[in-house]
Write a protein that binds this ligand. Sequence first.
Ligand code: CO
Length: 134
Amino acid sequence: MIGRLNHVAIAVPDLDSAVSTYRDMLGASVSDIMDEPDHGVSVVFVELPNTKIELLHPLGDNSPISAFLDKNPSGGMHHVCYEVDDILAARDRLVGEGARVLGDGKPKTGAHGKPVLFLHPKDMCGTLVELEQA
Ligand code: CO
């Protein structure tokens, strides 16, 4: 059911330092910093030949990644995002198999303007999983 790996998201305590790591040390193509107030994050997109890395930093008071950074002060992998063709069909199948969808269970518009859902890490091998309708 799942398709391509759309991105891996890494929460970072210092976005400028993370940009320098990916651009200067690793030699990757890195976007400007983009603020996404609706999602409570500032994001930098790292373009790799076969996927993307998203560097996430908290924006505002109620950022969904603040608690993660409290627990992981030097940063860490926050979630992986897999593409699906039909997000409602994917959700219904997963819920039918016992997976928990975070929030109210309805798809939201994600950072790329497409419908997304998040699945509980305890049901996904300890990893927060985002599904995006590609
Ligand atoms: Co994501």
